[in-house]
Design a protein around this ligand. Structure first.
Ligand code: GAP
Length: 590
């Protein structure tokens, strides 16, 4: 199955079984907006609930927050979103299509022409003639101005070069990269991925949705739908600190909607305009404060045990700890560890204020793409809010104050000199370094932060892609059949258990099955199905990933046991209701 078709089987299943619909579908839909149907909203809740339990309830050092979507516009000035949260946008002068200038390649790969060239490549078997035929035939009719079509000779030469290299595989991206790099194609190409037309100079396009607060539509009343949930956490940092009895290191977590006016929403729900985030801001001491209190800062070079946080950890270890925690959670939701990779931001990819950022990337059908990011953001965010709001974002750290009280003047002066030397060596201002250390000696600093930031919709898409399975089965009479099954982790599955009466026309069996169903549905998301053969009922549940099906039959009347069928192994066991609940509780525990 090609990547494109494997995404399309997921979208078809999602529509057919009520996981995901296009928003406003009866009016033609809106690109980048999706609704979650009966099963989709259950599954999405399970993902959020699982994240919340793991990140907030099961920890003593994280508090929750549920802030508004619309906030004071100055927040977005302070955070930098008003000035810099933009994508480079370009327009084709010929076909007038708008697109992200940094996604030209991906847009081509997704386009009809890109897909048809990929198909030719898949079937070409080393025959360059097929590429020429494509340029002169189908593609010429579809997109006559496309660079690849206008330059059949250059494209064919690139194809032959790619094929001659035994180590490479003639995929679309390698072919197009070679094509664009070919010297003689440079003057001939016009780069619109749709039609080959000339593109305008890229211009920054701010991704925040604007709205108006109150009845008067003027500049003063302009507000924005939040493009991330994180900023509310920084804005409420002091309130949460004052009311929660936490002290640094501790975190604040939030789940909620975010909005980005993406220029080209793509790949189903992967890049949407309205989506949900699950974000944690975990506040830590600056390394200099750790050093003053504990006399040392644990770094990764010390090979620390990352299972339980320790007081002397520096930012680098905290960052690695959260990367490890997040990977553990992603895997616990059912994504195999070899299906996602760490991608480390380096050079220009790393924001100027960030010390490190690691993305967890999942192998989606359309390529390896970001699932979530874990960034070490220094004290940038709280410092910005301090500067713009005029409110001090410093915390008072009692152990720090006590540690500094014990230092004599010589020790303080040596520490000051060391920090000033370190900071100035990195190009920072000496006066700022001195002021920072002076505040440390008083027990005060602005906390640094580690930010694990995940998308609910992306996680759900990854779990849907991973769960999808078409199994070829042969029955006892040798008849072949295909079983479509979604192997969701039971905690994530939208329905946990389905209850069937073996027959619906025997009142005692029917009533007993109803009784079991009514009992189970109070604890778990349960489904009642009385129609059709049992085999067909199993298949309907397999398609939506229900881990257990329970059939009440004649034996239930005798000994109270029911047939419990496991979705993945298809094994059937007899169990009492109590045994079933113990087994389910064990499997569903976070
Ligand atoms: N506060 C940091 C932040 O928002 P980000 O990398 O822009 O960082 C974090 O977003 C996560 O939010 C991403 O890893 C992704 O899972 C999700 N996300 C971002 N933009 C999205 C979009 N347009 N559609 C769906 N999910 C998105």
């Amino acid at each position: 199955m090609s990547n494109e078709s494997s995404l399309s089987v997921i979208t078809t299943l999602c529509k057919r079984r009520g996981f995901i619909f296009h928003s406003s579908e009866i009016y033609g839909g809106m690109p980048g907006f999706f609704d979650y149907g009966p099963l989709g909203c259950e599954m999405k809740r399970n993902i959020k609930e699982d994240w919340w339990k793991t990140t907030v309830r099961n920890r003593e050092d994280v508090e929750g927050l549920d802030a508004t979507i619309i906030m004071h516009p100055d927040i977005w000035k302070a955070s930098g979103h008003l000035d810099t949260f933009s994508d480079p946008m370009t327009m084709c002068k010929a076909c007038k299509k708008l697109m992200r200038a940094d996604q030209i390649w991906d847009i081509f790969a997704d386009s009809d022409a890109g897909q048809s060239l990929q198909k030719v490549l898949d079937e070409s078997n080393g025959e360059a003639g097929k590429i020429v035929a494509w340029c002169k035939g189908k593609a010429k009719g579809q997109t006559p101005n496309l660079p690849a079509v206008l330059n059949a000779d250059v494209l064919t030469a690139a194809y032959e070069k790619l094929n001659a290299d035994a180590a490479s595989y003639a995929d679309l991206k390698s072919l197009y990269t070679l094509f664009f790099n070919a010297k003689n194609s440079e003057q001939k190409i016009s780069p619109c991925p749709h039609c080959g037309g000339e593109l305008t100079e890229p211009r920054p396009f701010n991704l925040m949705f604007k709205t108006v607060v109150g009845p008067i539509d003027d500049e003063k009343n302009t507000a924005y739908l939040r493009p991330e949930t994180a900023q509310a956490i920084f804005a409420q940092f002091l309130n949460v600190l004052a009311t929660s009895r936490q002290s640094v290191p501790f975190g604040i977590a939030q789940i909620g909607k975010s909005f980005r006016n993406e220029v080209t929403p793509r790949n189903y729900t992967f890049r949407s305009r309205e989506f949900e985030q699950m974000e944690l801001e975990f506040f830590i001491r600056p390394d200099e404060a750790v050093e003053l209190i504990y006399g040392k800062v644990t770094t990764l070079a010390d090979n620390p045990d990352l299972t339980t946080p320790e007081d002397a950890w520096g930012w680098e270890v905290w960052h690695r700890y959260w990367v490890t925690q997040r990977k553990g959670w992603v895997a616990s939701c059912g994504l195999p560890v070899d299906s996602f990779v760490e991608s480390v931001h380096e050079g220009d990819d790393l924001a100027h204020y960030a010390r490190a950022c690691v993305d967890l990337e999942y192998r989606f059908p359309f390529g390896v793409q970001e699932l979530e990011g874990i960034a070490a953001r220094s004290d940038f965010d709280l410092s910005q809010h301090q500067k713009h709001s005029g409110k001090s974002m410093e915390v008072f750290d009692e152990p720090l104050k006590l540690a500094c009280k014990k230092m004599d003047d010589a020790a303080k002066s040596a520490f000051m000199d060391k920090v000033v030397a370190d900071w100035t060596a990195c190009g920072k201002d000496e006066a700022v370094a001195r002021a920072f250390v002076a505040r440390l000696f008083e027990g005060r600093y602005i906390p640094h932060v580690i930010e694990p930031s995940a998308g609910v919709d992306r996680m759900m898409l990854a779990l849907l892609c991973n769960a999808y399975d078409e199994q070829k089965l042969v029955d006892s009479k040798g008849k072949e059949d295909t079983r479509l099954v979604m192997h969701f982790q039971p905690r994530i599955a939208p329905i946990k258990v389905a209850v069937f009466p073996l027959v619906k026309n025997k009142p005692e069996i029917y009533n007993k099955a109803r009784e079991v169903f009514e009992h189970l549905r109070r604890r778990y998301a349960a489904f009642w199905d009385q129609s059709g053969a049992i085999g067909r009922r199993y298949r309907r549940q397999d398609e939506i990933g229900t881990p257990w099906c329970v059939t009440v039959d004649f034996d239930t009347m005798e000994d109270g046991t029911m047939t419990v069928r496991d979705r993945d192994s298809m094994e059937q066991k007899r169990m009492t209701l109590d045994e079933l609940k113990v087994m389910m509780d064990e499997a569903l525990l976070v």
